[in-house]
Design a protein around this ligand. Structure first.
Ligand code: HEC
Ligand code: HEC
Length: 283
């Protein structure tokens, strides 16, 4: 295993190094001076033997990036959340209904985001929160579905996340989602691309180390959607997965593919116990 990893690295001069510590891995996050965020905690039972502690990606970012997330006035993603608040109250589609007409204030959705991706009994399918919102748009409002990880879909997801900040991630992994969870698990440990690297090679075995100029985190999704300073926009979890797999020089799936829905569930479950902190700020 180690040998394969090194072969891949040698071929592409991709090296893991310890490098200078860029971030304060012991810092604590309190948003707006009041929302306490758990950014490090004991790993959930299903990670026995793999990880003892789970940590938010926030811990691995620079002081400046960390600070931006501590105050909504400094978090650029909160502008998108404001856009989504307008959308929340605005009627759309042939039924002339808004989200608010059925759901009340966005704050009434507190506690929903930590449970997604989640099984929908009536439809008999595993749904991301974007899929659930689209179901409401299409089947309850008579509106068009938003494209996966589009600006509008991510803004709404950011709004739904923001009202759950501080609550522990808590996705179910058994019952009707057990098969999808297993599929996501297997993908996580599959080596992709010419570099033959799995998610685990980077985010389980090398978190805390440097890869190129980046400080590797555990690749958690509790901060999604995240505002990426480099792109100056929100990015969805599945788009992030796509980028990571592409970096291994592999062909990959597109956001919305069943494989990525399963992977999102599995990765979310690795963060069970960390606080929801989206929309987070990342480089
Ligand atoms: C006509 C009423 C109606 C409208 C309008 C509506 N929804 Fe829903 N929504 C529902 C119902 C009913 C459910 C529960 C459906 C289910 O469990 O299958 C639901 C479920 C949800 C959930 C999942 C809640 C949970 O506990 O898992 C989310 C998130 C959501 N809606 C978001 C939205 C958003 C965002 C909008 C506007 C874009 C919207 N809804 C518009 C009726 C509506
Ligand atoms: C070659 C190493 C590498 C591989 C393989 C890799 N990633 Fe990443 N990933 C990174 C780097 C570098 C970043 C940006 C810094 C960080 O947060 O770790 C990142 C970031 C992430 C993030 C964002 C974390 C945050 O808090 O913002 C997620 C989620 C993620 N990766 C998931 C995955 C998944 C799932 C896989 C497998 C399909 C994967 N990664 C494979 C290198 C990798």
């Amino acid at each position: 295993m180690r040998q394969q990893l090194l072969t891949g690295i040698a071929a592409f001069a991709l090296a893991f190094g310890t490098g200078a510590a860029l971030a304060d891995e012991e810092a604590e996050l309190v948003i707006n001076g009041e929302i306490e965020i758990v950014t490090k905690t004991a790993a959930p039972a299903h990670l026995d033997g793999a990880l003892e502690e789970i940590m938010s990606g926030w811990r691995f970012r620079s002081d400046e990036t960390q600070a931006m997330q501590a105050d909504d006035f400094d978090n650029p993603a909160m502008l998108m959340v404001e856009d989504a608040m307008v959308a929340w109250e605005t009627a759309a589609g042939t039924e002339g209904k808004s989200c608010m007409d059925c759901h009340g204030a966005p704050e009434d959705m507190a506690g929903v985001k930590p449970t997604y991706p989640k099984w929908n009994e009536a439809a008999g399918e595993l749904r991301t929160i974007q899929m659930q919102v689209n179901d409401c748009r299409v089947n309850r409002m008579g509106a068009e579905a938003e494209k996966v990880d589009s600006t509008a879909a991510l803004a709404m997801e950011a709004l739904l996340s923001s009202v759950s900040r501080g609550m522990p991630m808590n996705v179910a992994i058994d019952g009707p989602v057990a098969d999808a969870w297993q599929q996501g698990h297997d993908m996580y440990y599959t080596r992709y691309g010419q570099l033959e690297l799995s998610c685990a090679n980077c985010h389980e075995q090398n978190y805390g180390n440097m890869i190129r100029a980046d400080h590797l985190s555990q690749g958690q999704v509790n901060g999604f959607p995240t505002y990426r300073l480099g792109d100056a926009k929100l990015i969805g979890a599945q788009t992030r997965f796509k980028g990571c797999i592409r970096d291994t020089r592999a062909e990959t799936f597109d956001p919305g593919a069943p494989e990525f829905i399963a992977l999102e569930l599995y990765v979310a479950s690795r963060g069970n116990g960390l606080s929801v902190e989206g929309p987070a700020v990342r480089n």
